[in-house]
Design a protein around this ligand. Sequence first.
Ligand SMILES: Cc1ncc(COP(=O)(O)O)c(C=O)c1O
Length: 398
Amino acid sequence: MSEEKTNHKGGYSETAAIRTQHERTDFREHSVPLYLTSSFVFDDAEQARALFADEVPGNIYTRFSNPNNTEFIEKLCLLEGTEDGIATASGMAAMYISMASLLKSGDHILASRSVFGSTHQILNIIFPKVNISYTYADITDPKSWESKIQSNTKMIFVETPSNPALDIIDLEWLGKLATKHKLILNVDNCFATPYLQNPAKWGAHLVTHSATKFIDGQGRVIGGAVLGTKELIKEVRFFARHTGPAMSPFNAWVLSKSLETLAVRMERHCQNALHLASYLENHAEVLKVKYPFLNSHPQHELAKKQMRHGGGVVTFEIKGGIDRGRKFLNSLKMISHSANLGDTRTIATHPASTTHSKLTNDEREAVGILPGLIRISVGLEDLKDVIVDLDQAIKNSQ
Ligand SMILES: Cc1ncc(COP(=O)(O)O)c(C=O)c1O
């Protein structure tokens, strides 16, 4: 990295997010250039041999590494307090390789029941094909977790806050449980981002991200990251190099720039989300609101212990169930009806019929995805305008 590299030692730092940059070229550019190249040239045959033999560091081919990807990852590692990492083409590529690269046939994963729909499909449909099994444990019942650890358990996988139930898991307790049983603790930190929470601080060995969400923050590109200890990332990197889920350098360039503004964006997302959650909690047509920094959230104290703020997502259940929920979504005028989250634009989603539609009714109910649940990813617009739109949609759905 460049001479502008800070002396930062881990944990969130605005300066590290802004000033970590790939070495400046002879063109003396201020902002990092885009290294849109598939391969890199060798000075001579000896350098080519030494690079392939891992005797010297350097770029060979963009499936293995690229300056934009390296910059993005070095920055994320500084912000998360992790030793190493790799950038992936999507969040799901990150989730998949963080497990597939480290597990083998016969291994078992203990996972929180509240995981993203596609992660559920990996555990439920894809891994059983190669004899990797899983058991779910409930976030709200931590006492039951230890008894679910088997002699072949290798990894604990969790998401906190979870999508879309916004359940919180105690990372300090989980870090201790993983240490006691010598398990790899893998935390999907997508909802919190490194600005709100650093799982490695509590003992996570792997921190996984969908960078598509708040890290991009503007709904433009898909990307992911696996971060963690040098030892584990060495294996993840080998797997990625030979199976090819690499992030495009263009996306890495966009995402590294996005990290420069993560702190200010997250401050505003969280401020807007808290105000919106409080507003909805007092709305006569709303049955239930969930947001980690509302006093009414069942794990409010825990959320305050491990998160800086409550995040940018609020869920609520409108009176009148699924039919009213659908009418509400069809009545929105400004708020986008879309399946993404973590955008500057406020987005409403109906998880039961979209992101979590592949789960059975029972599976959805077990993780609190009720038929009428609406997920709001609160954007950066003037909150007054968001409330006006929500209000009119609630009225017009009656
Ligand atoms: C918690 C969580 N993990 C992983 C993913 C998957 O990320 P991507 O869509 O970038 O593959 C998502 C997507 O919504 C998510 O919410």
